[in-house]
Design a protein around this ligand. Structure first.
Ligand code: B16
Ligand code: MG
Length: 217
């Protein structure tokens, strides 16, 4: 039986992609690199430096490490400013109910986000008390698709990998869950998330009973 449910943040629990986009758009504009909402799709689940590198590639640009670090920090400043406008209105439909239902079933709840701002986001969204552990992306060696952030939850929650189910909206996140030897639930497009064990179109569509009937990994 499952003992823990691990959730990605952006795209599964909270709609923060919009705020990331606005912040990256300012950086792209400064660099003179065309960047629209479609381009932003590729940044979902990708960590901060990986996202900047993707934008630079779009523009055929290369920068040295210190210039990249400066831009990544600037983007984060814009994002942190935008987070002051975040509230429980940005919680994705069905997310709070799903967390409550999972806790009701006796599952331990973890958040496995690529975001170094996960704690702030959860606080702004009013969800910090709805979960048991929030993994710190700054403390893991390898970002998604590596399993590290999901394994950090396993250690902290005192469960085994094969007792966990993970929820993800990004292909790299599904790969991370599978690499951690967990059951993977995809939230979003069935083609993009084809490697997941079960896929729902949106968080609000998740049928937790169906999920818990899957046999652990
Ligand atoms: P930060 P997730 C990811 O969150 C976002 O999807 C991605 O767009 C963002 O670049 C990444 O967090 C890092 O965020 O700059 O705040 O550290 O989907 O893994 O919850
Ligand atoms: Mg995500």
């Amino acid at each position: 039986t499952f003992r823990a449910a691990l959730f990605d943040l952006d795209g599964v629990l909270v709609d923060s992609a919009r705020l990331h986009f606005v912040a990256w758009k300012r950086i792209a504009d400064e660099l003179g690199i065309p960047f629209d909402a479609d381009d932003n799709e590729a940044l979902k689940g990708v960590d901060r430096m990986g996202s900047l590198e993707h934008i630079l590639r779009l523009g055929g640009r290369t920068l040295d490490l210190s210039a990249k670090e400066h831009l990544a920090a600037r983007k984060n400043g814009f994002y942190l400013d935008a987070l002051t406008t975040m509230s429980d209105a940005d919680v994705l439909p069905g997310a709070a109910a799903l967390l409550a239902q999972a806790r009701d079933r006796g599952l331990l709840l973890g958040v496995a986000s690529a975001s170094r701002n996960a704690m702030v986001v959860l606080e702004r969204a009013g969800l910090s008390n709805a979960v048991d552990f929030v993994a710190d992306a700054a403390k893991v060696a390898h970002s998604k698709p590596a399993p590290d952030i999901f394994l950090a939850c396993v250690t902290a929650l005192g469960v085994a990998s094969d007792e966990c189910v993970g929820f993800e909206d990004a292909a790299a996140g599904v790969d991370a869950i599978k690499a951690a030897n967990m059951v993977a639930i995809g939230i979003g497009d069935s083609q993009v998330l084809a490697k997941a064990d079960l896929i729902f179109a949106a968080t609000a569509e998740v049928d937790l009973d169906r999920v818990l009937r899957l046999s652990p990994a």
